[in-house]
Design a protein around this ligand. Structure first.
Ligand code: HEC
Ligand code: HEC
Length: 363
């Protein structure tokens, strides 16, 4: 019944009640008011006789003293309680904020059909285990346009590869020349900084939890020394072994061990999330690869230039484990990293990285 009353009607009723209330208040106040003229001479505070000593130093003083003791007791109890509960209150507030960001981020991450920006549509669902993106590529020499399906790498390991500022950069500016468009306002996209931050929070929440974290590193979703769990490691090893066997069968290598480097370089598991070729071989991501390691988004690794940029094989291994960082030296003595070369130290084993580096150095 109440719900059926139009809201403007309700507003008029409230307005009328308030108006009547004010009128009643006005008359009551007027009646109760003292006659103005001359009254201040009788009632001004400095003309009123005050309490005598008996009252002032007796009952009244005691009342104030009691009040003082009461306040002291309140402080004595309240301060330690505050001190005890404040850290957990703060932690709770942070947690509440984080979970709200994750929630917002998950809405943005949804497919278009579910009202999101379709990260899930390209990257393989809400868990982002790797997918495909439709795209059109133009052949630079013939001008021919071809529609292709482009690997959209798994994002459930993306914090293993990139730190938060690098992920924020990728989301804001996208990957030029790939289906990954710029999402941040700074890159010409639709999302503000808060939305990008919420997406990063959501991406954190879907990471494969790491193993081997140090006791001091609390969060298994981001701990710097953690590694991919054995199950996922096993999947990489199995997929690489299978690909290596295929290279052997094709007669390219004499043994699986020898073929391992190239197999890992081109590993297409989880839409190439662990591969090098998706950035270093043009066309690899959409099934039309150019010469291996010729470069694309990542630098050209062929012809010895990359080798010359590192003092030794170990030097290159260390660089690939750590990835590049914005403004820090990477590769050539004058080479400036941009943070776009991912870190592989927490994803691949030392032996796998050694195999890949040996392959890169042979290009
Ligand atoms: C049209 C399909 C498409 C959509 C929509 C899309 N992406 Fe991507 N994204 C890609 C592709 C393809 C790549 C890989 C580009 C390349 O090969 O360099 C990529 C790369 C990325 C990367 C870098 C991963 C890495 O390891 O290199 C991140 C992070 C990412 N996307 C997050 C997102 C988020 C978050 C959204 C939603 C706002 C989103 N993407 C929406 C297709 C898409
Ligand atoms: C997400 C894209 C991406 C992936 C995946 C990637 N790289 Fe890179 N790589 C880059 C970029 C970009 C650079 C240039 C450095 C920079 O911008 O910071 C680079 C630089 C390098 C260099 C230095 C080249 C030189 O001339 O100094 C080497 C070596 C290298 N990558 C090897 C690898 C190997 C090996 C893998 C796989 C284990 C790999 N990269 C995977 C993007 C990528």
């Amino acid at each position: 019944m109440i719900a059926s009353i139009a809201s403007t009607d309700a507003a008029y009723v409230i307005f009328a009640l308030i108006t009547i209330g004010w009128i009643v208040y006005y008359f009551m106040n007027r009646k109760a008011a003292r006659p103005e003229l001359g009254s201040e001479q009788l009632t001004a505070p400095n003309r009123k006789p005050y309490y005598d000593d008996e009252v002032l130093e007796g009952k009244r003083l005691e009342r104030f003293q009691f009040f003082g003791v009461l306040m002291l007791a309140v402080l004595v109890i309240a301060m330690p309680l505050y001190w005890v509960f404040e850290p957990s209150r703060q932690a709770g507030a942070v947690e509440h904020r984080d979970s709200r960001f994750v929630n917002w981020g998950s809405q943005l991450f949804q497919t278009t059909a579910n009202g999101g920006f379709n990260c899930a549509g390209c990257h393989g669902g809400m868990k982002a285990s790797g997918g495909n993106a439709p795209y059109a590529v133009t052949n630079p020499s013939t001008g021919e346009v071809k529609s292709v399906s482009w690997f959209a790498p798994a994002l459930n390991t993306v914090t293993y590869r990139f730190d938060d500022s690098e992920i924020t950069y990728i989301l804001t500016y996208g990957r030029v020349g790939s289906p990954m468009s710029a999402w941040g306002v700074d890159g010409g996209g639709p999302m503000n900084a808060q939305q990008i931050q919420s997406l990063v929070a959501y991406i954190h929440s879907i990471q494969i939890p790491r193993v081997d974290c140090l006791p001091s590193e609390k969060d298994p979703l981001t701990c710097p020394s953690g590694h991919l769990p054995p199950d996922d490691q096993g999947q990489i090893a199995a997929a690489a072994a299978q690909a290596a066997q295929k290279l052997v069968d094709e007669g390219k290598y004499a043994s699986v061990d020898d073929a391992m480097g190239e197999a890992l370089f081109n590993l297409d598991l989880n839409s190439g999330a662990y591969s090098c070729a998706r950035c270093h071989t043009i066309g690899w991501s959409y099934g039309d690869p150019g010469p291996s390691g010729i470069g694309a988004y990542g630098w050209n690794l062929t012809g010895g230039a990359a080798n010359a940029h590192f003092d030794s094989e170990q030097d290159m291994i260390d660089a690939i484990k750590a990835g590049s960082q914005l403004g820090k030296r990477f590769g050539a003595p004058t080479g400036q990293g941009t943070g776009r070369m991912p870190a592989f130290g927490n994803l691949l084993t030392d032996e796998q990285i050694k195999d890949v580096v040996e392959y890169v150095r042979s290009l």
